[in-house]
Design a protein around this ligand. Structure first.
Ligand SMILES: Cc1cc2nc3c(=O)[nH]c(=O)nc-3n(C[C@H](O)[C@H](O)[C@H](O)COP(=O)(O)OP(=O)(O)OC[C@H]3O[C@@H](n4cnc5c(N)ncnc54)[C@H](O)[C@@H]3O)c2cc1C
Ligand code: FES
Length: 284
């Protein structure tokens, strides 16, 4: 059940796993996510579907180790099985043939969830202009896959070690200055602050933008309220009403504050797990 068919380490903190999950693979659409649990006592981890293959029955996830649960996942090996793998969850991206260009922006780990959206938009006949960015060269992921899913690919790194030096928003602004008319829709996925800044640039050019909100989630069914976000002045649940929303309507500042609310407990859980791993290692 939910066997890890393949596992790759892409950087110090980023991993990708291919999971055997034929029913999820069959139904998966761009923009959707899964929730997995590594073991019986594990926490639920929401992760976007980075790729899937209905014929071969697998789903690819890409994750960054940020706390105890993602560390636990990174310690599992090929051949191991996950305790649970539920999905696809969330409303699929509103993709169609827009009869022109679309702008796709992925930042850091957000490059993984933006990939299936770019791929589908290209399949539908759009001209896909993509921008991917990260802090540094080593954190640029899925470059080949994004090249394949795009008609044009631009790369930015904060420190200038690869592509253009600076933020994805610099390239976004340049593109919109040159061809605002031609761009029919925009998607941006990455850290909340990046999506907030992309929304600001889009607003300056009077363009609409989709963002994908990775708010804290628990049940993923719209029942617990953990993922609530303010969109257009109304309370929405990112797991069932999203995760994609129009950026201009999102209250990013509130979302960023809410994401930090369990920091102390998360730090404690990570320390306890690291201590357990150290103890196990020293006991042989
Ligand atoms: C719909 C959705 C899709 C996601 N897709 C991906 C993905 O494709 N790849 C990926 O690496 N991560 C993704 N995330 C974020 C991922 O779920 C969290 O990083 C993970 O749950 C953290 O668990 P942890 O126990 O390791 O860390 P914790 O100890 O719980 O948290 C460590 C740090 O991560 C932050 N954090 C915790 N939960 C979240 C969260 N849900 N979103 C963002 N930051 C969080 C905390 O504020 C804290 O600073 C997604 C989240 C959502 C809601
Ligand atoms: S995660 Fe519980 S309502 Fe969305």
């Amino acid at each position: 059940m939910y066997k890890i068919l393949k596992k790759q380490k892409w950087s110090d903190t980023i991993y990708s796993n291919w999971i055997e999950a034929p029913f999820v693979a069959k139904a998966a659409q761009p923009g959707q996510f899964i929730i997995l649990i590594t073991n019986q006592k594990g926490e639920r981890i929401p992760l976007t579907i980075a790729d899937s293959n209905a014929t071969e029955g697998w789903v690819q996830i890409v994750y960054q180790v940020v706390g105890a649960s993602t560390l636990e996942l990174s310690l599992m090996n090929e051949g191991d099985s996950l305790y649970a793998f539920v999905g696809p969850l969330g409303i699929p991206s509103e993709v169609e043939n827009f009869g022109g260009k679309v702008l796709i922006i992925g930042g850091g780990i957000g490059i993984a969830p933006i990939h299936p959206i770019a791929k589908k938009l290209k399949e539908l006949g759009n001209y896909v202009v993509s921008i991917i960015g990260a802090l540094t060269k080593d954190l640029i992921i899925m470059e080949d896959k994004m090249k394949e899913a795009s008609n044009e690919l631009h790369i930015a790194t904060d420190d200038g070690t690869y592509g253009q030096k600076g933020f994805v928003t610099n390239i976004m602004d340049d593109i919109l200055k040159k061809e605002s008319e031609a761009i029919k829709d925009i998607w941006a996925i990455g850290p909340p602050i990046m999506m907030k800044m992309c929304t600001r640039v889009a607003n300056e050019h009077n363009k609409q933008i989709w963002v994908s909100l990775n708010s804290i989630m628990v049940d993923g069914t719209g029942m617990c309220g953990a993922c609530r976000v303010s969109v257009g002045g109304k309370t929405k649940f990112a797991c069932v009403d999203g995760p994609e929303f129009r950026g201009s309507l999102v209250n990013f500042d509130e979302m960023i504050l809410r994401q930090k609310q369990y920091c102390d407990q998360e730090r404690e859980a990570l320390m306890l797990l690291e201590e357990k791993i150290r103890r196990q290692a020293s006991n042989g």
